[in-house]
Design a protein around this ligand. Structure first.
Ligand SMILES: [Zn+2]
Length: 266
């Protein structure tokens, strides 16, 4: 057959022109019969099918129009419909959609982590600013620059030097109580927000623990699913599973509490 001249855009036309009609019914051929190796006439018409419901057959036009993963119910396996049903499901498995959803999930996590990082660094900056205020105020009432300057510049006039220093001492005496109060207040402000790196590290360990749970090929998880699949009476308590798995992974008691109550995490 000269394939060059065949217009495959219209398969019905192609079958009409290129194929002989059904030898029994003189109708256009439409099917391939696949369930009887004794029948010498495999190519059948609609009437052949109507008269004799074949167990396995292919609609020729459907076959010609089909994509690379065309799945037929009764061919090549004809005695187990679950195979073609399963293959159809596998074919429909939404890989691109899942990739998109997984990307969206991880984008959200990364975005949350980045915004937390910024928030914590900003808070650290605030603590540093408060601490600096107390140091700056101390430096101001110390009058260090003035004292140094007097020592450096008044070496040839000790009388004047003494006067100048005494004036600073008096000024300090005069403002002593208010300076002291102000300094104590600023120190209190500086120490108010204790930064606890240990707590951040503990949270990091917990976050990493849960990040490690992100996996598709998890034997424990699949085993649990299989148990649930096989045994409907299995205890389906997700929280107890988290605790159980935390135990298996050697998590300490503090972290177990996550399974029972998120608010008691730390
Ligand atoms: Zn026929």
């Amino acid at each position: 057959m000269d394939q060059e001249n065949i217009d495959f855009s219209d398969f019905e036309q192609f079958l009409l022109i290129r194929y002989k009609k059904c030898p029994i019914h003189k109708r256009l051929i439409a099917y391939l019969r696949l369930d009887d190796k004794e029948d010498p006439q495999v190519i059948k018409c609609q009437k052949c099918l109507d008269e004799n419901k074949f167990k396995s057959f292919i609609d020729v036009v459907e076959l010609l129009q089909s994509d690379d993963h065309f799945i037929l119910q009764k061919w090549p396996i004809h005695d187990d419909d679950t195979i073609s049903e399963n293959l159809e499901k596998i074919k429909q498995w939404p890989f691109a959609q899942y990739c998109e959803e997984v990307n969206a999930i991880f984008d959200e996590i990364v975005e949350k982590i980045q915004s937390k990082r910024k928030e914590i660094l900003k808070d650290l900056g605030q603590i540093q600013e408060n601490q600096q205020k107390s140091l700056d105020y101390y430096k101001q009432i110390f009058q260090k620059d003035k004292l140094v300057n007097i020592i450096k510049s008044q070496f040839d006039d000790q009388k004047k030097q003494n006067e100048m220093i005494l004036s600073i001492i008096k000024e300090n005496e005069q403002n002593y109580e208010s300076n002291k109060k102000q300094l104590v207040d600023l120190i209190y402000e500086a120490n108010k927000n204790i930064f606890d790196l240990t707590r951040i590290k503990k949270i990091k360990d917990i976050v990493l623990f849960f990040i490690y749970q992100f996996k598709i090929f998890d034997n424990e998880y699949n085993k649990d699913n299989l148990e649930q699949h096989n045994n409907t009476t299995v205890n389906n308590n997700d929280q107890s599973k988290i605790i159980f798995k935390s135990n298996q992974l050697g998590f300490n008691n503090n972290q177990h509490r996550f399974g029972r109550n998120n608010n008691k995490l730390i």
